[in-house]
Design a protein around this ligand. Sequence first.
Ligand code: BYC
Ligand code: FE
Ligand code: FE
Length: 473
Amino acid sequence: MAIDYLERIPNNVDLAGNRTLQRALEHWQPRFLDWWREMGPTDFLASEPYLRTAISVDRAGWASFGHVKMPDYRWGIFLAEPEPDRRIGFGDEYGKPAWQQVPGELRSTLRRLIVTQGDTEPASVEQQRLLGHTAPSLYDLRNLFQVNVEEGRHLWAMVYLLHAYFGRDGREEAEALLERHSGDADRPRILSTFNEPIADWLSFFMFTFFTDRDGKFQLKSFAESGFDPLARTTRFMLTEEGHHMFVGDSGIARIIRRTVEVMQQVGQDPDRVRAAGAIDLPTIQRYLNFWFSSSLDLFGAESSSNVASYFASGVKGRPDETKFDDHSCRDGAMTIVQPDGKGGITSEEIPLRNAMNEIVRNAYTRECEIGVRRWNGFIAAAGFKAGLALPSSRFRRRQGVWANQPVDPAGNILPEAVWTKGMAEWLPSEADRLFVGSLMQRVTQPGKIAGWIAPPDRGVNELPLDYDYVRLN
Ligand code: BYC
Ligand code: FE
Ligand code: FE
């Protein structure tokens, strides 16, 4: 179905054919805009970034590009095309027709998951709201704003489901999504990582690499859902997610390329690298340790009865469920390694369905490793020892069996005092944050770039690097 841009809320769900729903969403729309003006990139309301907007849900040519003031961005509701006669692909309902309405007994489960997903989207916009002041180039500033408006649209995607399928409770949850705020002492966002400050662009790139990638895996799990509107919504969201991870991956690669260039001039000593205005590799590793460990928590506990019931009931599958042989997983088991409470480790066999969080976390980790290997490639090519590494999945966890355990990045359990001392070296210190913060000077001349990051390989939409990617009005 084509997207109707004449509507106040662009959509391909025939909103005009459901007046009650349309009115409810039109009532929520000004509240969303108020939230954007208060909690979004508030100091850039008059700026015009060069943004892409979805104009169809087809793979080929879904986007149009142009300079737009962000409050005028056409946030809308776009679902991937329906699959005729779609069937549930996993769990106890395997092979039955996918649901076009919410099954009564799954109502509260589905609502909670949709709210949790929806909560992360505006949270990330809040976390990133001040970064515009310190963008290393107009190209990067534009990418930040592109990510922001799309996360705003992801909020719309979840709010549509809440309004369309969950009645009054859904409308109340949609309001609450604008009332919780990242880092708010009284009404924080639901998931841990979305309350962490993103104060500098190194954190932003780490977040878009590691945390948006959790988004990808969670959305892929929902893309398998037996609740068809959720599956179709998340399928379209995934087309936007690719860009967010590109921003993170290429951002970190560009930082590293600049760092090794400086190392070739001044040597490896972190102090000399810093004095030359680049970010030393040990600092990059510490930021990586922080954001990777935080993002691992977003997959939930290694053993979870919640996730077993999501899988059994057909609510939430595994990413790329069709690639697995066994879609029932009723009989399988998985071994989980956990601390034994006496300074050692022990292993426990748990039912496969209870281990779904861990299965998805492992797939996520393998994908993160590909990025790290690529970054190490830049370091090695410059003639230095390529030592960036993901910390162990036991390191600095707050959820699951390894929560609050004294573990080093290699995964060893340490005596409490040794561990406490180590943590100061493994995570960004106040001094690290101050140093990185000191590099964050805004560059606004087209084609110019800050000294701590290499230029991108190419511009946006085949435009040159010195294009005016943001008109700062
Ligand atoms: N922080 O059985 P457990 C994205 C809670 S990112 C705080 O282990 P379950 C994006 C859990 O909620 C993708 N609380 O967990 C990225 C539960 O609480 P209740 C976001 C946590 O249910 C960048 C309790 O602990 N999408 O889109 O198997 C920019 C025990 O739970 C955390 C989703 O997360 C945590 N880290 O799985 C923008 C998908 N971890 O119910 C956007 C929706 C767990 O006992 N969410 N808890 O009060 C889910 O599927 C599941 O809720 C989780 C947890 C995978 C998060
Ligand atoms: Fe998102
Ligand atoms: Fe994202």
